[in-house]
Design a protein around this ligand. Sequence first.
Ligand SMILES: Cc1ncc(COP(=O)(O)O)c(C=O)c1O
Length: 414
Amino acid sequence: MTTTFQPPCRLLMGPGPINADPRVSRAMSAALVGQYDPAMTGYMNETQQLYRQVFRTHNEATLLVDGTSRAGIEAALVSLVAPGERVLVPMFGRFGLLLKEIAERCGAEVHTIEAPWGEVFTPEQIEQALARVKPHVLALVQGDTSTTMCQPLEGIGALCRRHGALFYTDVTASLAGNELRVDDWQIDAATAGLQKCLAGPSGSSPITLSARAVDKIMQRAHIEAGLRQSSDEAGHAQPIRSNYLDLSQILKYWGPERLNHHTEATAMLYGARMCAALLVEEGMDQAIARHQLHGQAMAAGLTAMGLELFGDQQHRMHNVVGVYIPEGLDGEAVRRCLLEDFAIEIGTSFGPLHGRIWRIGTMGYNARRDCVFTTLAALEQVLGLFDVTVPAGEAVRAAHRIYSTSTLQDTPHA
Ligand SMILES: Cc1ncc(COP(=O)(O)O)c(C=O)c1O
């Protein structure tokens, strides 16, 4: 064992995590302050204000849940869904299955509808299921990285209101790379992560909750015994079934009460704050356009190489593309060669797509021209090494053509 620690430098072009923006990494190494230092509570307030802009919401209840994205998902579901309540999960990939699993563990009566992997739902399909199931909560992924599909969410909130459901969405992989309008689209709860389009490392989960969602959560508000101010402040008879992820307590930690629920993960908060600050400085529309441009360039390059793209291209996420592994080729051997010889990581896939497609991301700090060109050029060389005939130079040329017609300025990187 040695104190020298030097992980290899890789270009992370999979479906996330991606390389963190160096400005985020630098922020995370800043001096720690105490949990209730006015500087710290000031950063917490700033972080809330920044994420309101990222989520495009006025929700007061906009904050961070400590833990990776699934901590945010679990916090939302365990706090919003009381045991025995009905949850509807339209599933179009692995992360719909995850929502189902988590909702079941919350003790919900879970109903699902399924779309084939590579497709999304129509609003009519969702409305029919809402009318049939009458769920307390609709839980729907926006961008499911397992299939690269982006479910349109506009209009779904209005359907939920009409059918008396709260609307929760997992935007871990899509936020800041694809349009999301929490208030305009009447979304009651949304959770994310840093390691995709937000250009940070995994470990913090931004969340936003509408007033309707907060009301429901506060119906089961419970303060743990050791924190109660007086003995007559009784706990709730059926409190939220997690202490760490109990949003009724977490909200009081982020609110004026500053309830001493947990010790905020200070370095993660510094990083999460910087992720949002960089996006707000860039502008959300510009960030989404950047992801769209680099995603298009990557897709054009892969197609020019003679590879076939996976799924409904009209509904593909801007920030990740699935591509079929050529017949007879060992996809894992290609990924290994890219990693070992070119230091580039691309993604494998799960479930029915395992061994059939690679997933290539262009997101966050790596939504850049140089990353797209480097990945396309390297993949072309590696395919050549594996005796796959690829038209020489066409991939980079196709990506170049996309860039030459774009007016988008590349964002400055530090
Ligand atoms: C859509 C979606 N939801 C949830 C997760 C889980 O996130 P984490 O691994 O940060 O807990 C991921 C991770 O890839 C994801 O893409």
